[in-house]
Design a protein around this ligand. Structure first.
Ligand code: ZN
Ligand code: ZN
Length: 159
């Protein structure tokens, strides 16, 4: 089932919900502020066409990459290699820890699912069935949507 992560307009906290046509409002757990949402049957089916928060149709997709994990892996590689070096262990081992952790990072990164994000309001969508139709991030589109409030109506720039 698709999950939607809204950002509370009042305090910036994340509000996670499952789409439901009957739900017209969501409430922030932190500050109790209510926000209007518009879910349709597509959302219930996991199909993303319109943003339930700002009603725009412009989204981009990206890997749900956990940056913290990347940092943890890098730090552990540094610690392991320092320890190995201290004990005078073969430099090949020293090198292989980096290779191993890089491979692990790559493996985890590859396995991560792709999420869709609304350019206009930053709402995040997970388990989107039509994720293949949503292109990657486009700087020009982002700038025009954020700074000049341009609406692409779901027709992404292609270049
Ligand atoms: Zn809030
Ligand atoms: Zn939106």
């Amino acid at each position: 089932m698709m999950t939607v992560q809204f950002t509370c307009k009042h305090c910036g906290s994340s509000v996670h919900v499952y789409p439901e046509v009957s739900a017209h409002k969501i409430q922030c757990d932190v500050c109790q502020t209510e926000q209007e949402v518009k879910f349709d049957h597509n959302h219930e089916e996991g199909i993303l066409k319109d943003c339930p928060s700002c009603e725009r149709k412009d989204f981009y997709s990206q890997k749900d990459f956990n940056r913290k994990l990347g940092v943890i892996l890098f730090v552990s590689a540094a610690i392991i290699s320092t320890v190995l070096l201290y004990f005078g262990i073969n430099p090949l081992w020293y090198l292989s820890t980096f290779v191993f952790l890089y491979a692990l990072d790559f493996f985890l990164f590859r396995r991560l699912q792709v999420i869709a994000i609304c350019y206009k309001c930053q709402t995040i969508f997970r388990n989107v069935k039509n994720i293949e139709e949503i292109p990657g991030f486009n700087h020009e589109m982002n700038d025009r949507i954020i700074y000049s409030d341009h609406n692409f109506h779901g027709k992404p720039l292609d270049h």
